[in-house]
Design a protein around this ligand. Structure first.
Ligand SMILES: Cc1cc2nc3c(=O)[nH]c(=O)nc-3n(C[C@H](O)[C@H](O)[C@H](O)COP(=O)(O)OP(=O)(O)OC[C@H]3O[C@@H](n4cnc5c(N)ncnc54)[C@H](O)[C@@H]3O)c2cc1C
Length: 475
């Protein structure tokens, strides 16, 4: 029996727009982002993919690499890289939304260890493919520093290290003292950091747009400005747009936060807005004061999440998650910008780096990411319905989407491999609560997390108990 699902808010996907203004990365992707041709008419394929972000494109890439005879079609509502893939904080890291201790509790020690070590390899795999395929992704494997800003954040650094050590991964994560951290990057109030080498920075715009070209070179077809308004599963799987349809043996739903626009998927993930500000290129004197020659990914241990990177042209990117959740899981262009949150991020950047002085902030943007109810991404394929999907990265999807692509390719091609047996493969998360409960609960937790952070900073005392974030994710 075929089942159908309609997309509700499609008008936003049809308007003419200058895609370069959605992020610094799209602006500097090295092309004018003129859309490829749109789907017009009926097509057939072996696999048709909704979404040309990292998930959709890596899936197309590995399918075609494994079987060049496949006919793979990608339908993108805007242009390749329009979503989070073209707007993120540039971290291509092994970080995973569920903590190592929680992974071990849910899936067992060996499975947790297997997943984390696979994430380490995934970071290398992104760099390897970029190099092999000639994608100018500005990939720099500088590692990651999760700094303790203040004594209240030191216990979190030690606890994280202990959790990795318990899985036999203590050598992949080191606790650095204040001086050693300072030698890498000088941030006010630093008391130490957790360091891991398994992180790189990339130019996400160049990576995602380059990947799209590679998929075409391998024989894939990408239609842009082709929003899918309906999908059908079962006997005759297909994706339908306003002007055409593609029937295929398998459909892949790779729309991350935007999937909530389909009524049937509305409660599968929660769209959350992450926002970013960017400075102008800093002077040599400013960089001398700050250091950061290694270009590590940098974050603190706040529950309300901050993430920083240093761009190839010498700017500081400062991102964070303060923007409010929107009732009904709505995703709209106008939510990409939230003046109070952007101002909060600018002020935080100045506090972290007094050397910024009166440096200008030239860019501010944002975008939606997707949070599943148990914070566990899924990479799944159901041969009966002909539907594959990978989603729910909770803001840690740049590298993870590569694992998704490899996993979905293996599952669709029926290959029994180590990654097709990881806990991410065919994982099912339960749905989020219906509204208004969802809005009340999420806003309550958002405010709670901020209160916990503010209190810890005021008192210098670490928060106690299990993290609220994990309590939110608990079943
Ligand atoms: C501001 C921000 C900062 C982030 N920072 C980081 C970071 O530093 N490191 C990290 O690892 N992760 C980060 N993330 C998360 C990461 O960017 C995402 O997890 C990852 O890019 C998701 O890739 P995706 O392809 O699954 O989804 P997306 O990149 O969102 O792609 C989905 C695509 O599907 C298309 N689409 C949606 N609906 C339809 C439809 N109906 N028809 C056709 N096409 C459709 C969209 O236009 C879009 O192009 C960040 C996210 C944001 C928003």
């Amino acid at each position: 029996m075929a089942r159908t699902a309609d997309v509700e808010a499609r008008s936003a996907l049809f308007e003419g727009r200058d895609y370069r203004r959605y992020s610094f990365w799209l602006e500097t992707a090295g092309e004018d982002l003129t859309p490829r041709r749109a789907l017009d008419g009926a097509e057939r394929a072996d696999v048709v993919i909704l979404g040309a972000g990292f998930t959709g494109l890596w899936t197309a890439y590995y399918l075609l690499k494994n079987d060049p005879s496949l006919r793979v079609v990608v339908l993108e509502g805007e242009v390749a890289g329009f979503g989070a893939s073209g707007r993120n904080g540039a971290w291509c890291g092994s970080g995973f939304p569920v903590t190592p201790g929680e992974l071990a509790r849910r899936f067992g020690r060996e499975a947790a260890r297997g997943l984390i070590t696979e994430m380490h390899s995934t970071v290398d795999e992104v760099g390897r493919v970029a190099e092999a395929e000639g994608i100018d992704a500005q990939y720099v494997r500088g590692g990651m520093l999760r700094v303790a800003r203040g004594p209240n954040q030191l216990p979190a650094v030690r606890a994280a290290h202990e959790a990795y050590r318990a899985l036999g991964l203590g050598d992949d994560y080191r606790v650095l003292g204040a001086e050693e951290t300072d030698r890498r990057v000088r941030i006010t109030g630093t008391r130490g950091a957790l360091y891991s080498p398994h992180y790189a920075t990339v130019h996400p715009g160049r990576l995602v747009r380059g990947l799209a070209r590679v998929v075409e070179r391998l024989g894939g077809t990408i239609f842009e400005r082709s929003p899918v308004v309906r999908y059908e599963t079962g006997g005759s799987p297909r994706l339908t747009t306003a002007h055409g349809e593609v029937r295929a043996g398998t459909i892949v739903l790779a729309g991350e936060a935007y999937l909530t626009r389909f009524r049937k998927l509305r409660r599968q993930v929660l769209p959350f807005y992450s926002l970013i500000v960017l400075t102008e290129p800093l002077s040599e004197a400013q960089w001398e004061e700050i250091g950061w020659e290694g270009r590590e990914c940098v974050a603190s241990n706040r529950y309300t999440v901050d993430y920083l990177s240093r761009t190839a042209d010498g700017r500081i990117l400062f991102g964070g998650r303060g923007a409010p959740y929107r009732y009904g899981s709505r995703v709209k262009d106008e939510y990409d910008r939230h003046a109070p949150t952007h101002e909060m991020l600018r002020r935080a950047a100045m506090r972290w780096f007094p050397a910024l002085g009166d440096a200008r902030f030239t860019h501010a943007w944002g975008g939606p990411l997707a949070v599943p109810r148990d914070w566990m991404p899924t990479m799944s394929y159901d041969p009966t319905s002909g539907v594959a999907t990978a989603r729910g990265y909770t803001g840690q999807g740049v590298a993870t989407a590569n694992l998704s692509g490899r996993t979905l390719a293996d599952l669709i091609l029926g290959r029994d491999t180590a990654i097709s047996r990881l806990p991410t493969a065919n994982h099912r998360s339960r749905s989020w609560e219906p509204e208004p409960l969802r809005w009340l609960g999420v806003r309550y937790v958002q405010r709670g997390l901020k209160r916990v952070d503010d209190r810890a900073e005021r008192t210098g005392e670490p928060p106690t108990g299990r993290s609220l974030a994990e309590r939110l994710g608990a079943h």
